[in-house]
Write a protein that binds this ligand. Structure first.
Ligand SMILES: Nc1ncnc2c1ncn2[C@@H]1O[C@H](COP(=O)(O)OP(=O)(O)OP(=O)(O)O)[C@@H](O)[C@H]1O
Length: 254
């Protein structure tokens, strides 16, 4: 199983948001997608989900985009608020649901709620939750569908550092256990370096770099991708941490 993009372009009207992107994600691996605001990250993920038309070739588990079982968590989380967390997560089983909710559907929901530490919220209404709790409920919805491909668009943007770590650990563990192809959009470059097997760096819709985190998240690529001067610091345990030092854009006053 794999997700393959060959020469993929996404246009909104005459403007290309993504241009001629070539990528591949194998089963059991996490691809971190990074890039500046507006660089085309969400457009890439939506193209794989079959939610926006694209040119070029996208193969998802051997099929055209949109024809394989996909768990998708969008960046903008809009939902009918008169639903409980359990109901929202159950909606992730829509593909499997029959006229009556079966025990295995409820089991799957309970398991994913437990995995994310959300059991205590199961009966709570979405509009009574914090932004981070709501974000975790939607992550649970994406995971419960038992997808072959997991597409997560900024799934930790509202989470505290502890929940960020836990969520990324769960995503990585489930990717390996279930041999998923996981594409995850993140703004945190250090979290990406730590949790992704491969990283794709986009700039103005083009793929600037793709490969192992230490090859992609270099000082030069960060400058080219984000107009930011960064520094790499070595930690005691051998890991590297990127620290942004200075915007390289002229309009920032000092
Ligand atoms: N529905 C749309 N109609 C027209 N233009 C769009 C639409 N969606 C996105 N765009 C444009 O396409 C480009 C890429 O947008 P996209 O949302 O893919 O970027 P992104 O990298 O996910 O950004 P961010 O980090 O801010 O979420 C941007 O210039 C954006 O303005």
């Amino acid at each position: 199983m794999s997700v393959e993009l060959q020469g993929v372009t996404v246009r909104y009207g005459p403007r290309a948001a993504l241009q001629d992107v070539h990528l591949c994600v194998q089963a059991g691996r996490v691809l971190g997608i990074v890039g500046a605001n507006g660089s085309g990250k969400s457009s890439l993920v939506k193209a794989v989900a079959g939610l926006v038309p694209s040119e070029g070739r996208i193969r998802v588990c051997g099929h055209a985009a949109g024809r394989c079982k996909i768990g998708y968590m969008p960046q903008d989380l809009q939902a009918p608020m008169a639903l409980t967390v359990l109901e929202v997560v159950l909606l992730g089983r829509l593909g499997q649901l029959r006229l009556r909710v079966q025990p295995d559907d409820l089991d799957a929901v309970r398991q994913v709620l437990q995995r994310l530490g959300l059991e205590v919220l199961a009966g709570r209404y979405l509009n009574e939750l914090s932004g981070g709790q709501r974000q975790m409920a939607f992550l649970a919805q994406a995971l419960v569908s038992e997808p072959a491909v997991l597409l997560l668009d900024e799934p930790i943007s509202a989470l505290d550092i502890c929940h960020q770590l836990e969520v990324l650990e769960v995503v990585r563990a489930m990717t390996i256990e279930r041999q998923l192809c996981t594409l995850i959009v993140l703004h945190d470059l250090n979290a990406t370096a730590r949790f992704a097997d491969d990283v794709a760096l986009l700039r103005d819709g083009r793929l600037l770099a793709w490969g192992a985190p230490e090859q992609v998240l270099t000082v030069d690529n960060v400058a080219a991708g984000f107009d930011t001067r960064a520094e790499v610091l070595a930690c005691d345990d051998g890991t590297r941490v990127l620290v942004s030092r200075q915007s390289l854009r002229g309009w920032v006053k000092r």
